[in-house]
Design a protein around this ligand. Structure first.
Ligand SMILES: Cc1cc2nc3c(=O)[nH]c(=O)nc-3n(C[C@H](O)[C@H](O)[C@H](O)COP(=O)(O)O)c2cc1C
Length: 369
């Protein structure tokens, strides 16, 4: 049904326009009491066995919405209604900014992928903080806040920009993510180098502790799939050294080679980050590598090309406690999150593991024996 609708309507529209249209419907449904109760009952079913505790937070299930879809925190209830058990908003930057010129979002339908060079179009940390402060949640959802650098801020002053966002947003965040892995802000990914990342993460940690007393806001870092293996290891070691709470793996890729992309060469050539099915393999590989290095000491969040419950299950077995998706939501539609949670419950029941927590990293541990 959704596939038919996608082919007849969304596919003929500009991808960004389709995004805003879907967004309006989701928000409208979430504001309509009877409808939202009905939709949530259908799409956000609760499977006792999927209850997840991570980052000191209790969730109904491990699957959530990846950053980038709701940059300005306007659809948290809507996405929760659709069954995403945590919603990561952002990337929010210190200052408001328009992002890159349009067109900046491309669908690679035969590859079940997207290319985007949005460039952190967002209302900025002050506006988003005000919205979160005024929020009167309908559904109890874990809200992650993902922060990044304002484009006009020079790389040397990046830490101050992240600190500004932290000061404004940390108190509204169930967890905070330092995004240093989007390919669409010049120089951002250089911050993944440990010499830059160590002072940045230290500054954000200190700012979060100053801004929020009475609880410790969990801090995670989000990395690119394009890091060399040694750099993945270096980030893992740094995360342990700094007492970080988690790592999100991965963001979009700038790679195009060797991915067997079937879409028109003119589309494949668009600059930006590629997401969806083609990043699946590398994201999984990075996750395995991270788990082999950090084990259960910090929380790993698996994201990148998760299209169905089997993909989600593979991430859990590889070492992810939480999992996220974005691109496949565009192709799969409103039943996406439900299908993942339902399929995960079935896979857990058929597995030798008594709990989801027991399954986390099981395959990676086995491979290490
Ligand atoms: C249009 C678009 C915008 C995105 N914007 C952000 C962003 O602002 N911050 C971020 O950390 N990741 C962003 N991402 C990356 C996703 O959060 C995710 O890491 C990536 O797309 C891989 O997951 P997927 O294959 O399920 O889409 C964006 C992805 C897409 C497709």
């Amino acid at each position: 049904m959704y596939k038919l609708f996608f082919n007849l309507v969304f596919k003929r529209m500009d991808p960004e326009q389709a995004h805003y249209m879907a967004f309006r419907w989701i928000r409208l449904a979430a504001r309509t009491p009877v409808l939202r109760t009905f939709v949530a009952a259908a799409l956000a079913p609760r499977h006792e066995e999927l209850r997840t505790e991570a980052l000191g937070l209790r969730m109904h299930g491990p699957f959530g919405l990846a950053a980038g879809f709701d940059k300005n925190a306007i659809a948290i209830d809507g996405m929760s209604m659709l069954g995403f058990d945590h919603v990561e908003i952002g990337t929010v930057t210190g200052q408001a900014q328009p992002g890159n010129p349009k067109k900046r979002l491309f669908r690679l339908v035969p590859d079940r992928a997207l290319i985007n060079r949005m460039g952190f179009n967002n209302e900025g940390s002050a506006a988003v903080a005000a919205r979160l402060a005024a929020r009167n949640p309908v559904f109890r959802t874990v809200v992650g806040v993902n922060i990044g650098k304002t484009k006009v801020v020079p790389e040397e002053e990046a830490a101050a920009d992240y600190v500004l966002s932290t000061e404004r947003l940390a108190r509204h965040a169930d967890y905070l993510v330092v995004n240093v892995s989007s390919p669409n802000t010049p120089g951002l990914r250089n911050l993944q180098a440990t010499e830059s990342l160590r002072p940045l993460l230290t500054a954000v940690r200190e700012a979060a502790d100053r801004a929020v007393t009475g609880r410790r806001v969990p801090l995670l870092v989000k990395i690119a799939p394009d890091l060399a293996d040694e750099d993945v290891d270096a980030v893992a070691d740094l995360a342990l050294e700094l007492g970080l709470d988690g790592i999100i793996a991965t963001n979009t890729t700038i790679a195009r080679e060797g991915l067997g992309l079937k879409s028109a060469p003119s589309l494949v050539k668009e600059t930006g980050g590629l997401s969806g099915a083609p990043v699946k393999e590398r994201s999984l590989e990075v996750l395995r590598r991270l788990y082999a290095r950090v084990g259960d000491r910090i929380v790993l969040v698996g994201v990148g090309g998760i299209e169905n419950a089997e993909d989600a299950w593979q991430r859990i077995l590889a070492g992810a406690t939480l999992i996220q998706g974005y691109s496949a939501f565009i192709y799969e539609g409103p039943f996406y999150a439900r299908a993942i949670h339902k399929g995960l419950a079935a896979r857990l029941a058929a597995s030798p593991y008594a709990t989801l927590a027991e399954a986390v990293g099981a395959e990676t541990r086995k491979a290490a024996l």
